[in-house]
Design a protein around this ligand. Structure first.
Ligand SMILES: Cc1ncc(COP(=O)(O)O)c(C=O)c1O
Length: 386
């Protein structure tokens, strides 16, 4: 058994990242400034879009909040989304005083079932908020034709899908707004917390940029670097959602290694798939089709009905083997807040409920060693053969 606990998704932070972060610490400016601008520029170029449409923020949750604020829908407007996501996706809808309308997922892709979306569209439907689950892009051809047909707005939650593409088009470039996470476990981290909002329209971007820093007309860095004294104005009641130069310095390093790290993630996923296929597990289908680029954010397996142990028992046993896991996710109706508020009775979203009660994500990170990969496989085999 391993001596050291294997963190589920240990961030890959290099010596160079530490040097970059110390430079910022020694520079006398650790807040939002030139390094954030540089990070935005590099991310924009990674996505082949204009820099002015990219705003670095302190989280994906902040990006989702700004997107819905900018869309300014009437209270109780309906937003169609997935019941298989992190609570933050749904909280952003609830906190904007809007109503989430759930569409069950597809069992193979774990993404929203595009064939079930139209039956949920009403006069109150204003937007689709989609999640590219585990890094597999949603079926964007079908999504875009629904959005067009019903004149809906589209928000992409790209927390899992930094590197993903559909038909050669990058995730985050389809939506009116797209939200990325650089949280500690994500394919790219800014050192713990961070995010980016991409807006399709320039005017949305400049509105959201103001909102992200209290609604101030100029950010602090611009003020302090201008010659002469001037007052800032407050033009909106905004938020405190800005990213810092310290965080951005770590993000810049990670972004330069993102494709290399994706190759490492692919190798780990293939190793798991090759070595676990004889066990009573349903392994992910990575859809190696030409039109898909998968970000391999999660290696999310389902425990088959034939298994002698259930998901929670497997999680417990892996923990005893010093192996950290993730659950992505329990179906949204399992959480008391949403269950009570939206009357989410059992069997309302059967596919999501099945996945929610049987899934487990195995450790996956570009920082994993060969020993880490082997120890995970060995532990699982031992658990199933006991
Ligand atoms: C699908 C999804 N959406 C939103 C978020 C929220 O991201 P953040 O923690 O950066 O706010 C996460 C984070 O785990 C996520 O996985």
């Amino acid at each position: 058994m391993r001596k050291k606990f294997l963190v589920f998704s240990k961030p890959e932070i290099t010596k160079d990242d530490i040097i970059s972060a110390s430079k910022v610490l020694k520079s006398g400016w650790v807040g939002t400034g030139p390094i954030v601008k540089e990070f935005e520029k590099k991310f924009a170029s990674f996505k082949n879009i204009n820099q002015s449409n990219v705003i670095a923020l302190n989280s994906c949750t902040s990006a989702l909040t700004l997107a819905l604020k900018a869309l300014n829908f009437e209270p109780n407007s309906e937003i169609i989304t997935t019941p298989m996501t992190f609570c933050s996706t749904i909280n952003s809808i609830v906190n904007a005083r809007l109503k989430p309308v759930f569409v069950d997922i597809n069992i193979e892709t774990r993404n929203i079932d595009v064939d079930k979306i139209e039956e949920k569209i009403t006069k109150k439907t204003k937007a689709l908020l989609i999640v590219h689950f585990a890094g597999l892009p949603c079926e964007m051809d079908k999504i875009m034709s629904i959005v067009k047909k019903y004149k809906l707005k589209l928000i992409e939650d790209c927390a899992h899908a930094i590197e993903s593409e559909f038909n050669g088009k990058k995730t985050g470039t389809f939506g009116d707004f797209s939200c990325f996470s650089f949280y500690a476990t994500k394919n790219l981290t800014t050192g713990g917390e961070g995010g980016i909002l991409i807006s399709k329209k320039k005017k949305d971007s400049s509105y959201c940029r103001n909102l992200s820093l209290h609604g101030m007309s100029k950010d602090a860095w611009n003020r302090f670097n201008k010659k002469g004294f001037f007052h800032y104005d407050v033009v909106y009641s905004g938020f405190k959602f800005n990213l810092t130069d310290l965080s951005a310095s770590i993000g810049i390093g990670g972004l330069s290694r993102i494709e290399k790290n994706l190759s490492k993630r692919q190798i780990i996923c293939k190793f798991y798939s090759d070595n676990l296929k004889k066990l009573p597990l349903i392994l992910p289908n990575f859809f190696y089709e030409k039109k898909i680029k998968h970000a391999h954010h999660l290696y999310n397996i389902l425990i088959s009905k034939k298994s002698k142990i259930n998901r929670d028992q497997l999680a417990e046993k892996l923990n005893q083997f010093n192996i950290g896991i993730g659950i992505h996710y329990r179906s949204i109706g399992e959480f008391s807040f949403y269950k009570n508020k939206y009357n989410l009775a059992k069997n309302k979203y059967p596919v999501s409920e099945l996945v929610g009660s049987t899934n487990i994500s195995l450790p996956l990170s570009a920082s994993m060693t060969k020993y880490d990969m082997i120890s995970v496989v060995k532990a699982i085999k031992k658990i199933f053969h006991e």
